[in-house]
Ligand binder design. Structure first.
Ligand SMILES: Cc1ncc(COP(=O)(O)O)c(C=O)c1O
Length: 368
């Protein structure tokens, strides 16, 4: 048995490697490292994929969130509601703007429970930051209704969900702003850190283009203080090459997910995919009451797994000032003790998938 790595970041496919090297060589040859046509072309294509008019490339998914919140004027005195089981950045971005992250529990789908969001809305609430965790669209219909009813902004943290759809509509197009990470581990990953904000709002797009570039409105005139968080042209050139393969990669992830679901549904809790959802399986998360023993059993067979994420945001030391305690978000906390992410990357072979399935079945059925 050869084992199964959780992920394979190196570029093994010769055709892809050649195309990436050629794209990088072009940038190195002409020296167009900052801004320019390559960045604009990638931004336009990415926005098109999301079904919106504008894409603004930035330095990371975290910066995408911070800048999106700032674009809406969110700052000190404001509250933004998000999920406690997300990656830290969903909450830290809110805090970095000077606003207060308010958390609401999630449902069986690992995404915000609209009833819990409604209960968390208060006087100071300005926005709902919906996370599409695991690559599964959040309950955007209900969250959109809540936002409209209470006069709140809806922002999407789509870091894990490029290409996911609710009905015919891609994620990133539901909120006023959609934020994506292009970190190497993501379904569409750069060769380093990168991110992008998408929106249909031309005014917000203009503001974001200045905000990622020192607040400059012309070469020499700064309108407001801001940071440097541009998408590198080198990354844009590589991402444009990879974008062409995204659909095929997503199809492979979805195929892997279906294989696992069918082969494991009788032994562990597997994620479902109700009609109308098109999930992209950034992670394939199963749940087991003996999670740690299961992981050890798989590890002995060379099958790598991860946990996304073992410590919910409200129990992080960084969140101590928010006043939350253990027990505040029972669903997220129970899930944190049971979840395990299986390898689901597009290059897995059928033999890899069978090996993972056999590892899990031998644990649960084999009396461990
Ligand atoms: C849900 C979520 N939000 C935000 C981020 C932050 O993105 P980045 O690592 O590109 O800053 C990530 C990725 O790590 C994520 O998974």
């Amino acid at each position: 048995m050869s084992g199964v790595p959780y992920v394979q970041l190196g570029v093994r496919e010769p055709g892809l490697r050649d195309a990436l090297l050629a794209a990088a060589a072009d940038v190195l040859a002409d020296g167009g490292f900052i801004g320019g046509e390559r960045v604009e072309r990638f931004e336009a294509r990415f926005a098109g994929l999301c079904g919106v008019a504008h894409g603004i490339g930035v330095g990371s998914g975290t910066d995408a969130l911070v800048l999106a919140l700032r674009a809406l004027g969110i700052g000190p005195g404001d509250e933004v509601i998000t999920a406690p089981n997300s990656f830290l950045a969903s909450a830290s971005a809110i805090a970095l703007c000077g606003a207060r992250p308010v958390l609401a529990d999630v449902g069986d789908d690992f995404n915000l429970d609209p009833a819990c969001v409604e209960a968390a809305i208060g006087e100071r609430t300005r926005a709902i930051l919906a996370v599409h965790l695991t690559g599964r669209p959040a309950r955007l219909d209900a969250l959109g209704d809540l936002a409209r009813h209470h006069g709140l902004e809806l922002i999407e943290d789509a870091a894990q969900a490029v290409g996911a759809r609710l009905g015919d509509r891609p994620v990133g197009s539901f909120g006023r702003l959609g934020c994506f990470s292009l970190h190497p581990l993501k379904n569409l990953g750069a060769a380093g850190d990168a991110g992008i904000v998408v929106t249909d709002d031309a005014r917000l797009a203009d503001w974001l283009r200045r905000a990622r570039n020192h607040g400059l409105r012309s070469r020499d005139e700064a309108e407001f203080w801001s940071l440097n968080s541009r998408l590198d042209a080198l990354q844009a050139a590589l991402l444009e090459v990879k974008l062409e393969r995204l659909e095929a990669w997503t199809a492979a992830r979805r195929w892997n997910a279906r294989f696992y679901r069918e082969a494991l549904v009788d032994v562990v809790q597997v994620p479902d995919e109700p009609a109308g959802l098109h999930c992209v399986y950034h992670t394939f998360v199963i749940q087991s009451g003996r999670r740690d023993a299961l992981r050890a059993h798989l590890d002995e067979r060379g099958i790598e797994t991860r946990v996304h994420y073992p410590v919910p945001i409200h129990l992080q030391p960084a969140a101590s000032g928010l006043g939350y305690a253990k027990g505040d978000f029972p669903v997220a906390e129970a899930q944190a003790a049971r979840i395990v992410s299986l390898p689901v990357w597009p290059g897995l072979t059928r033999a890899d998938l069978e090996q993972v399935v056999e590892g899990i079945r031998s644990f649960h059925v084999g009396g461990h």
